[in-house]
Design a binder for this molecule. Structure first.
Ligand SMILES: CC(C)(COP(=O)(O)OP(=O)(O)OC[C@H]1O[C@@H](n2cnc3c(N)ncnc32)[C@H](O)[C@@H]1OP(=O)(O)O)[C@@H](O)C(=O)NCCC(=O)NCCS
Length: 397
């Protein structure tokens, strides 16, 4: 890094940024896709490193807002398109760019920074903790039988995806407002999604779509070699929409397997006679959070139980940690910096993992990632940070 420096990206750098994106992630993106995402990047939201005329490092943030437990939303800097040229790796470029970018995010007043990670070992050192879990389901639909208690509400239509953008957007908007971890999806991203570029199809067909008044599914068909319906987006605002959409998917007689992204609270196994038919083939971190402003973040969400404690939060990347008095009554918190002795000690990434309720304080304490506190107080911490609505990342960025 000695002779290179971190700089603001200018318009002239974007061809270089597009090339570095392609090399970093192994795929060329449509110019229209790049243009769509750029509309979400604020001024000074991209920092790069140049070597001569080449862009050899880049990192950007999107101006997002994220729903937190209880339904409030917080301004969120969504970090994306992070890459360093293979000719310049492990020389500190990422660390230098992150130092500058997080200073900008802090100066702009974002209480939360968020990202999705290509590898699990990179971002803990920067104070990010995995905050939602995405599972992958695989269902051999030939053996799926509905439980006698499973409702059959109907109301699903087969539609052409590109004709129903406004309906999808309206349903998604309702979904993201109640789902911790989700953000609004602006028009340019809907247009890009439904443009359905060949290069985004991963070997599958164009979009197939199912639409219900309170939910929708976007899927593609694959032959590998058996017929598989690969759901890429399953959005249901009500339990009725959820079961109605699954009934439509499982009703596709000539399809052998259905794969779908989901989460640990998925109700589908309970709707079938034999829950083993729903196989979880993968489970992985999805959204990662770094709490930039502990007081603002902890006061924004609601809690599932009362708690009075002092947390010591360590931040080795920046100085956003410290000691915080947290007082939760009736689901709402007050939080303030304090000089009082700490009861619990944890790193900032652990607070990020607790924040949306997808990871439990009891499990993190068992792994010594949360230290201190009596068993009764740990139980209170564990209960308080739960979420009534399971946290999920609305869409990847
Ligand atoms: C991941 C990537 C951006 C790292 O860039 P880099 O400039 O080599 O990283 P740095 O040299 O600044 O390393 C910063 C720190 O992260 C660590 N690190 C970097 N890459 C890592 C990896 N893949 N796994 C674990 N740790 C990693 C370094 O050891 C270093 O640790 P330290 O500062 O605590 O000693 C780069 O390898 C890359 O572009 N990869 C392909 C695209 C990608 O995965 N992007 C991330 C998208 S989320």
């Amino acid at each position: 890094m000695s002779t290179l420096s971190v700089q603001d990206a200018t318009d002239a750098d974007w061809p270089g940024i597009a090339l570095l994106t392609a090399v970093s992630f192994g795929a060329f993106w449509q110019p229209e896709t790049i243009a769509a995402w750029r509309t979400l990047m604020p001024e000074h939201g991209s920092v790069i490193v140049r070597d001569g005329g080449d862009v050899v490092g880049m990192t950007h943030y999107l101006d997002l807002e994220m729903t937190v437990p209880g339904g409030a939303t917080l301004p969120t800097a969504g970090i994306t398109w992070v890459g360093v040229a293979p000719t310049h790796r492990r020389r500190g470029l990422l660390r230098a760019m992150y130092t500058e970018l997080h200073q900008r995010i802090s100066d702009a007043g974002y209480p939360i920074a968020a990202l999705t990670a290509s590898e699990g070992g990179i971002y803990g050192r920067f104070g990010y903790g995995p905050a939602t879990v995405e599972t992958q389901l695989s269902i051999d639909r030939r053996f799926a039988r509905w439980h006698r208690d499973a409702p059959g509400p109907g109301g699903v239509r087969m539609v052409r995806a590109h004709d129903h953008r406004d309906a999808f957007a309206e349903i998604y908007e309702r979904y993201r407002r109640r789902t911790p971890g989700s953000s609004p999806r602006p028009s340019p991203l809907w247009e890009d999604l439904l443009a359905d570029w060949d290069s985004s199809r991963g070997g599958g067909t164009q979009w197939f779509a199912l639409l219900h008044p309170d939910g929708y599914v976007l899927y593609r068909m694959h032959r590998d070699p058996a017929k598989r319906a690969a759901v890429e987006e399953f959005t249901a605002v009500t339990p009725e929409a959820h079961v109605a959409l699954w009934r439509a998917l499982l009703g596709m007689d000539l399809v052998e397997t259905i794969t779908a992204p989901s989460h640990p609270g998925e109700p589908l196994p309970y709707l079938l006679d034999d829950s083993r038919v729903v196989r979880t083939t993968a489970s992985q971190d999805d959204l990662w959070l770094r709490i930039m402003d502990v007081v603002a973040a902890l006061e924004a969400r609601t809690y599932r139980g009362d708690l009075r404690t002092v947390l010591e939060i360590t931040d080795e990347f920046r100085c956003d940690g410290g000691r915080f008095a947290l007082d939760v009554t009736g689901g709402r918190a007050t939080c303030a910096r304090t000089e009082a002795d700490a009861e619990f000690t944890m790193d900032l990434d652990v607070l990020g993992s607790l924040y949306l309720g997808a990871h439990r304080a009891a499990d993190l304490a068992a792994a010594h990632r949360i230290r201190g506190g009596s068993p009764a107080q740990l139980r209170s911490l564990d209960i308080a940070f739960g979420s009534d609505v399971p946290a999920r990342l609305g869409y990847g960025f």
